[in-house]
Design a protein around this ligand. Structure first.
Ligand code: ADP
Ligand code: MG
Length: 438
């Protein structure tokens, strides 16, 4: 098998831009390779990192196609010495961790800018250009489905293009990795991985809540990276100060750099996002359909994307064009289905977890301000998200009189009008319940 054979398969399997810019420069070293390892050389570290991160799996598949083998892929700089077996294993671990996690379509280019996300976008862009210098750490927070992961991975994709070593993980993966390293007594590998990168991207850091040992380990990771002027970026659904069960020294560190929020997009931004997404997915929408979706879906972009895909699939199945009528009937059906799927106990579970009280308190007779507020939130959401009548809700919560239900709903509406924080909490809860994220 020659270099030419491999390149011709790669050419078919990849985009022409990637192939012409990078992959074409791969040089297969047959005399250095064997059944287990395929060695390639390229001219510089930038190209090597880029290909490793994005195309290791594809190159492996080429070998599978050509001769049924599945060697490890070793990409070196021209003239570099042969790696030891141990180095190969380390490299392989690092590569799979990085490459499997970044979604190449999450880039700054595919992110639509608007007043609701401008600050987070600008800060992310600045960090990707000059990591470790200006905002360290960068802490991005906001409701679910509003683009936090998209921005975080845009930083990652852009940094990889610049030849930087990037680690992207959710805090849950960090935790699993940590637990696994303790069990397998391989802390050295774990620490090397997390403390020797140029940029550490941690998604959904709010789940550190209550995990004391992981917090301790993350504290040291954070300090080491920060001291070495390496960039740390985190996302969360709330501010550090509002993450219950997070030790104070982490809370304060998370606020050392810049905290930037992403809010629910306004109508114009929603329209622009729908246009961008439909263009990227080759879906043709008329102006009235775009406006209809933008005005009728109000909280999460993830939900909007789901609707676009559904509309497109239906139109294809029915072999018809996407028109307003189709959009309306699908959306109505979706809202109806959603309402049937959401149960009152689920609402209590989510609200209690978010507001940090016991689920049983909500149905109790307690009248403390915290419990009364949580009960009000449950009542409001029950009315918004389910088909239950006011008497049904009163009965479920053990309240005698359903007039207090309407009173609570009125009060909640007033708060939404004048209290930005309350509004945010409600939106966030709504998304979690609709998306079944608990
Ligand atoms: P989060 O991490 O905040 O829950 P995601 O980053 O997963 O949200 O975003 C959900 C979906 O919405 C993704 O597919 C993402 O591409 C899309 N999205 C969110 N905001 C934007 C935006 N401003 N421009 C383009 N796409 C967006
Ligand atoms: Mg996310």
């Amino acid at each position: 098998m020659t270099n030419k054979d491999i390149l011709s398969v790669l050419k078919q399997e990849t985009t022409s831009v990637d192939y012409e810019r990078f992959l074409k420069q791969l040089n297969y070293k047959k005399n250095m390779s064997d059944d287990n390892v395929a060695v390639f050389e390229v001219a510089n570290k930038y190209i090597a990192n880029w290909i490793k991160t994005k195309y290791t799996n594809t190159i492996q598949q080429c070998f599978e196609t050509l001769n049924g083998s599945k060697p490890k892929i070793d990409i070196r700089l021209t003239g570099e010495k042969k790696k030891t077996k141990k180095e190969m294993v380390e490299q392989e671990k690092a590569c799979t961790a990085e490459s499997t996690m970044l979604n190449p379509s999450y880039t700054f280019d595919s992110f639509v800018l608007g007043p609701s996300n401008q600050m987070a976008y600008n800060a992310s862009l600045a960090v990707s250009k000059k990591p470790g210098i200006q905002y360290n750490p960068l802490f991005i927070y906001g409701g679910t489905g509003l683009g936090k992961t998209h921005l975080l991975q845009s930083i990652g994709n852009s940094a990889i293009e610049q030849g930087k070593t990037v680690i992207y993980v959710t805090i849950e993966q960090f935790m699993n990795d940590f637990t696994f390293s303790i069990k397998s007594k391989n802390m050295e590998h774990f620490r090397d991985k997390y403390r020797k990168c140029d940029i550490l991207l941690i998604d959904d850091i709010q789940f550190l809540s209550g995990k004391e040992q992981t917090q301790e380990e993350f504290f040291h990771t954070f300090n080491e990276l920060h001291n070495a002027k390496k960039q740390i970026v985190m996302t969360s659904d709330r501010l550090p100060s509002q993450i219950a069960g997070l030790v104070d020294r982490l809370k304060s560190r998370f606020e050392w750099g810049l905290t930037a929020d992403i809010q629910i997009p306004g109508l114009e931004t929603k329209i622009a996002i729908i246009e961008k997404k439909s263009e990227l997915n080759g879906i043709e929408l008329t102006r009235d359909v775009i406006n209809y979706i933008a005005t009728n879906l109000d909280s999460s972009i993830r939900e909007i994307e789901g609707v676009l895909i559904r509309i497109n699939a239906s139109a294809n199945l029915l072999n018809q064009e996407i028109n307003l009528e189709l959009a309306q009937s699908l959306l109505k059906e979706q809202i109806k289905e959603q309402k049937e799927n959401i149960k009152l106990p689920d609402i209590i579970t989510v609200v209690a977890a978010e507001l940090n009280i016991k689920p049983s308190d909500i149905k109790s007779r307690k009248r403390t301000a915290i419990v009364a507020n949580a009960r009000r939130v449950v009542i409001y959401l029950a009315r918004e998200l389910t088909h239950n009548s006011m008497p049904d809700i009163a009965k479920f919560l053990g309240m005698k009189d359903h007039s207090s239900i309407s009173h609570n709903i009125k009060k909640a509406n007033e708060l939404i009008e004048k209290d930005e924080n309350f509004k945010l909490i409600i939106e966030n809860l709504k998304n979690k319940i609709i998306n079944k994220e608990w």
